[in-house]
Design a protein. Sequence first.
Length: 523
Amino acid sequence: MNAKVDAVGRVDSDIRNVEAAIVGAGFGGLCMAIKLQEAGITDFVILEKHPEDVGGTWRDNTYPGAACDVQSHLYSYSFEGNPDWSMRYPGWREIRDYIERTTDKYGIRRYVQFDAEVVAAEFNKESGRWLVTLADGQQLNARYFILATGPLHVPHIPNFPGLDNFKGEAFHSAQWNHDFDLTGKRVISIGTGGSAIQYAPEIAPKVNKLTLFQRTPAWVIPRDMRKYSDFDKRLFKRFPLMRKLHRLRLYATNEARVFPILHSRLAQTFQFIAGSFLKHQIKDRELRKKLTPNYTIGCKRVLISNAYYPMFNRDNVELVTEGIKEIREHSVVDAQGVEHPADAIIFGTGFVTDPRIYMKDFKLTGLPGHSIQQDWKEGAEAYYGITVSGYPNMFQLVGPNTGLGHNSVIFMIENQVEYIMKCLQTMEGTGASYMDLKQSAQTKFNQGLQERLKGTVWTSGCQSWYQQADGRNVVIWPGTTWRYQQELKKVDKAAYDWVSLSEYGDADMANSSQIDSTQSVSL
Ligand code: N01
């Protein structure tokens, strides 16, 4: 790889040079692109592994009933309001259409290189640039390397004994086989997380039998199913301020949900409400017992559905809590030895969430001595989820500890993008060639963060994909999103080394002081 970059960082002419390479054309990558373009930076590329479509999560997750569990007026860009959302929580098609429309409106599609799977990225200290290699051997040389790959996109299918013997149809919720007609089939669904509780009630009426294998029950709360009337939509269109106020109200209501999560005592009230919902919906005591979680609400993601519990009143739906012993040619055998016949198995078993969640499958190499596979061996760690020590000019969206259980991740993305733009401005201001987070800043930030996680419900004893095997939570932002926004308002220059490269490749430290910026994300 290095062969194509000479000793002083001059780059072989067959390598494409860009100012910025963004990986991923989902909500994050597209937002980054829009803001770069707005700032007059047009020399960038979005590398997207899909052959033809943008949309990330909302391109991949097309299972029946797929919808966002954050209201779309909030789960959308602040700068691109949509007065036409049909309901509080519309289905995936509306969200995907919104992404496609926004991509075209801002003329972003021309920056997207499809079929461009990144297999390696290496920082060259002499040139101060990233050499990015694609699966087809193409290489790019970028000053800024921006990862917008999303934490949940590699489907996880557990290696159940006998899985390969299964002769029926089997697929993961994020790879739904729409060509396979489930009508009249005996279907086994494994997992009862956010995806399964959305698709199970949708398919239950058409299948012959639906058997749900549950390992851990989830706390489920009601979903606000209200639609927006034509009058609402006209009002939002005619008076954008009304739409913005509506968005603000949704934001504030969701934000308030973080307090029971941060303070376990408050969680009891919230749990009482969820418990009453369950009691009201499931009359059978035995079934109710099976569906009642034994951990504090909020520890795992709280799910919202009005259709999930009533689904169990159907005669063709069975809940199995015994665990899976093995999979045979035409059945799944539970831990008690009971055989459950199956024409199809659907894996609602989530996504790969070990430390690779943020590591990605490609080889990522920073300054000498830094490879992400090595540096994050014990777990992913960054600074506000955005920058990582030893990886200059690399930025991440929805990186470690910026996931949310209570509010819109788009709000986080927009704040991260604004922060990155401020970093770029700062680079211009100081004349630095690259910025590198100091290890001390990263360590201090993460110690504080882990301290704040103590005593929250996330650490109250359940097992979730938020936590690693050693119990460390590398996924969740432990606080209000408002606080996150406030803390990102300034680029703390002292947290970074600002390195200038002279013509011959010497590195100098640029001056340090705190940069103030007046830009911020509005609601
Ligand atoms: O995956 P999950 P998901 N044997 O990891 C079970 C987001 N999302 O695709 O709880 C048996 O939540 C596992 O059991 P347990 C959201 O952030 C958002 O549903 O680990 N079972 C669990 O029940 C969510 O958190 C929306 O004991 C096994 C299920 O599989 C994330 O995506 C909608 C097993 C996996 O649940 C992932 O959701 C949907 C095994 N070996 C999802 N391994 C929105 O609306 C796993 N399970 C935005």
